[in-house]
Design a protein around this ligand. Structure first.
Ligand SMILES: Nc1ncnc2c1ncn2[C@@H]1O[C@H](COP(=O)(O)OP(=O)(O)OP(=O)(O)O)[C@@H](O)[C@H]1O
Length: 464
């Protein structure tokens, strides 16, 4: 029986979810804050944690990091407010499996929990030689392949490049905002390559604590550091003959960048603490949503490594710039949700479609997928109406109102959160100005890491 820990400071939510999951055949426990959760996890085996992003003592990212240090295999699902979607996406990058937004619908969480428990922990996902699951399509629409190319000029161009580059052994760098489908593209290159019958191994460098990165990449020898209780294969060895996808490459430490470059150049890998060089034949595809060229200019990323992985680059457009493709994807996600939730919603009404087309989609395809899944869950008719969409999408003006009130200096801000965000944005803008837009210096002066600064720059739409 899978064991779930629910962490929320609202006792009602804990109680409701505990009852619901127990009824559905899980062993569920609760904790009301981060400390209680951590001490529980240290002495009890748990498969999955459902955790509110805002706990009295820790925020979601802090607790996620602590959970992953205790046991990186525990799947974590974050509960957030819809306006925190961008923060939730950050949690996904750090290893959370998925997020669900408030208000909570137990059925939706149950589906996410089932998917999470069936999936491998996010840190390393291997799709090696896995046969596609055979499903009987419920309708003709469901027979569509999972992968959508799209009809926008950008999408057609990307597809052309995928087909062109796939048969070669060149390294590829895939650029694009979070959730634009970088990993999907990497898998698509692998599937079209001559390595398609070998492993595809994905490693999210953003989700790795620095001390574990070398061991995940190159493996280790028993006893080479505290915690190395056995010999371990790294991703290069696991991907031998196939493709290695390194997501969030910009997050690798300088030292690991040097080691990675050496492996790419020499095609030998040496496990941490090992003395033997093992030959590896791996095609490397990397992805990043930060500007690596700038990281090179600022001395944060090695130029030689950048050129080594940048033999060919593919840039994915944000969803908001993909016009009618938004509808194609929405329909694809609708079919998938129908299948998962055993529903038969037929489509979207005109108003809902117009809302989907005009939303900003900071979380791109991932955000769209989650919005559509919830809409299908809520939909009681043939077509999804605006009442099934998050209010933040239907009334985006409400969000803007709070900002405008603050910008008016003297207006009354609508929430404490809005005040904090405005203050952060102002501070970042001022320091960026002082440092001539040097992000590393700005991060240093503001005492945040570079990654956090990048995320905030994106969150507040700061133009540089
Ligand atoms: N071409 C596609 N067709 C159908 N669904 C897609 C496609 N590309 C992406 N998706 C959907 O969007 C989600 C996000 O895709 P993916 O994980 O590849 O994005 P990403 O850019 O790698 O994200 P991140 O930067 O956060 O790692 C996937 O779970 C999938 O549901």
């Amino acid at each position: 029986m899978s064991k779930i820990l629910i962490v929320d400071d609202e006792a009602d939510i804990c109680l409701l979810l505990k009852k619901f999951f127990t009824k559905n055949g899980y062993e569920a426990q609760t904790a009301s804050d981060g400390e209680e959760a951590i001490s529980f996890l240290k002495s009890n085996p748990v498969d999955l944690v459902i955790c509110d992003f805002k706990l009295p003592d820790y925020n979601g990212l802090e607790i996620l990091q602590k959970i992953k240090i205790i046991n990186s295999k525990i799947q974590v699902i974050m509960i957030t407010g819809y306006s925190d979607v961008r923060i939730a996406v950050d949690a996904l990058k750090k290893g959370a499996y998925d997020y669900v937004t408030k208000p909570l619908y137990p059925e939706e969480i149950l589906l996410t929990v089932k998917n999470a428990l069936a999936a491998e922990p996010k840190q390393v996902v291997s799709t090696a030689n896995q046969k596609q699951k055979q499903r009987t399509p419920r309708s003709k629409k469901n027979a569509q392949a999972d992968y959508i190319v799209g009809n926008s000029p950008q999408a057609l161009n990307v597809q052309k490049h995928i087909e062109l580059i796939a048969p070669t052994d060149m390294s590829v760098i895939i650029l694009g905002e979070t959730g634009t489908g970088k990993e999907y593209v990497a898998k698509s290159i692998h599937r079209l390559s001559k390595r398609k019958d070998q492993a595809f191994v994905a490693l999210d460098c953003g989700a790795l604590p620095e001390e574990l990165a070398a061991s995940e990449l190159f493996g280790h020898i028993k006893g080479s550091f505290t915690g190395a209780i056995d010999d371990k294969e790294g991703c290069f060895e696991r991907a031998n003959g196939g493709t290695l996808f390194l997501d969030e490459l910009g997050n690798l430490s300088y030292e690991n960048q040097i080691k990675l470059l050496r492996v790419l150049q020499e095609r030998y890998v040496r496990r941490v603490g090992g003395a033997k060089d093992l030959p590896v034949d791996v095609r490397v595809i990397v992805a990043t949503n930060e500007d690596l060229k700038e990281a090179v200019r600022e001395g944060e990323f090695r130029e030689d490594l950048f050129h080594r992985v940048n033999e060919f680059s593919i840039e994915l457009a944000p969803l908001r710039e993909r016009g009618e493709d938004i509808i194609l994807f929405a329909e694809q996600f609708l079919n998938k949700a129908n299948e998962q939730l055993d529903k038969s919603v037929e489509g979207f009404d005109d108003k809902a479609l117009a809302i989907l087309k005009s939303h900003h989609w900071h979380g791109n395809l991932r955000e769209l997928g989650n919005v559509v899944k919830r809409a299908v869950l809520l939909c009681q008719h043939k077509y999804i109406e605006d009442s099934c969409l998050p209010t933040e999408l239907v009334h985006p003006e409400n969000e803007e109102h709070s900002e405008i009130a603050i910008n008016l200096n003297g207006g009354i801000p609508s929430s404490l959160k809005a005040v904090v965000e405005q203050a952060e944005k102002t501070a970042i803008l001022e320091v960026l100005k002082k440092t001539n837009n040097n992000k590393s210096k700005t991060a240093e002066l503001l005492e945040v890491d570079r990654k956090t600064l990048y995320n905030k720059i994106a969150q507040y739409d700061i133009d540089l």
